[in-house]
Ligand binder design. Structure first.
Ligand code: ADP
Length: 312
């Protein structure tokens, strides 16, 4: 059995009478990158802050690497690295100075610190800018410094709150590939409201809406949900649809124009190979064949609407 790095059970958090997080349970294992997805105000930051021990849950339990976060906070927090939504940087320090300060806060010894700093800098691509003042760095590099402080003490778990907000597309790509790489050796939770981010960086996804978890899935499970069992076909000349009548897995065909087709099929059998064979043999000129996928946005909207209707 995989050892669980995080086990959160029945977590709730109230702000006065407002329930920001409502009976949420989930776990994280080593090697998992869990995308925590939800619209603004859904309860992501509140959950992350509870996981880091910065905010007490109103009810529920959190175990971090086997330690109860409330009963053994020191041992539990040693296993955590946290990047809040605004990176906690002292911008008047250089990268080296700041990381040394963080190393001391983490309680690393003198020798350990310089080793840890060198490793974190090289993993986050900071070697070239180690002596520069943080204030003069681009937002992307400042975010890397934020990640470097989170991984400095080599924690088993890294928690990243909206790690790519405010970055340009190149910086986003770089941070995402860094997260993927870190995911090989750690367990990572990252929150985001960007739906495509979880597909790019994560192995698992959970969606929170109005404080409630409404989906927990692997990314491959999510991809399956995106499958619509419809194949789009474009040909140079029009198809004689009678040729497809023998394929029992095809349920219906729409042809909005003479050369465009939407072929609907059963979920347990994919007729793509047969379709290609028939079109090529008949010489109709296959120009395009692609499975139609629901976007993750569609899934999100259908789940959140269902959730809203159920709670009426
Ligand atoms: P997210 O990170 O998904 O945007 P948050 O966890 O920040 O969501 O917020 C969840 C809900 O709790 C929101 O309705 C927000 O207004 C409310 N909230 C968050 N922090 C506080 C606070 N300190 N006091 C009162 N309400 C809060």
């Amino acid at each position: 059995m995989t050892a669980l790095l995080i086990e959160a059970k029945n977590l709730s958090r109230y702000y006065d009478n407002h329930c920001a997080v409502d009976d949420v349970s989930f776990s994280l294992a080593k090697g998992e990158v869990l995308g925590f997805l939800g619209p603004n105000g859904a309860g992501k930051t509140t959950t992350m802050q509870m996981l880091c021990g910065n905010l007490a849950p109103s009810t529920g339990e959190i175990h971090i690497n086997g330690f109860d976060l409330l009963d053994q906070p020191k041992q539990a927090k040693k296993c955590l690295g946290y990047l809040p939504d605004t990176p906690p940087l002292y911008k008047e320090l250089t990268v080296d100075e700041f990381l040394e300060y963080c190393g001391r806060l983490h309680g690393l010894g003198f020798r350990e610190i310089s080793q840890a700093i060198n490793l974190a800098k090289s993993r986050c691509g900071l070697d070239e800018i180690a002596t520069r003042l943080i204030t003069n760095l681009s937002k992307g590099f400042q975010q890397r410094v934020g990640i470097a402080q989170a991984i400095l003490h080599n924690p088993e778990i890294i928690i990243l709150d909206e790690p790519t907000v405010g970055l340009d597309p190149i910086q986003i790509k770089e941070i995402r590939s860094l997260i993927k790489e870190l995911g090989n050796e750690h367990g990572i939770i990252l929150s985001t409201h960007i739906l495509s981010e979880v597909q790019e960086s994560c192995s698992h996804v959970q969606i929170i809406n109005q404080g409630k978890l409404i989906l927990k899935e692997t990314i491959s499970g999510l991809n399956q949900r995106m499958n619509t069992n419809t194949i789009k076909v474009v040909t140079r000349s029009s198809i004689n649809l009678n040729y497809f009548s023998e394929i029992s897995s095809i349920s219906s065909i729409e042809n909005p124009t003479d050369t465009h087709y939407f072929i609907h099929h059963d979920s347990n059998s994919n007729p793509t190979e047969l379709i290609v064979e028939i079109i090529v043999n008949a010489g109709w000129g296959l120009m395009e064949l692609s499975p139609i996928q629901q976007s993750i946005e569609d899934i999100f909207i259908s789940l959140t609407t269902k959730n809203a209707e159920q709670s009426k």
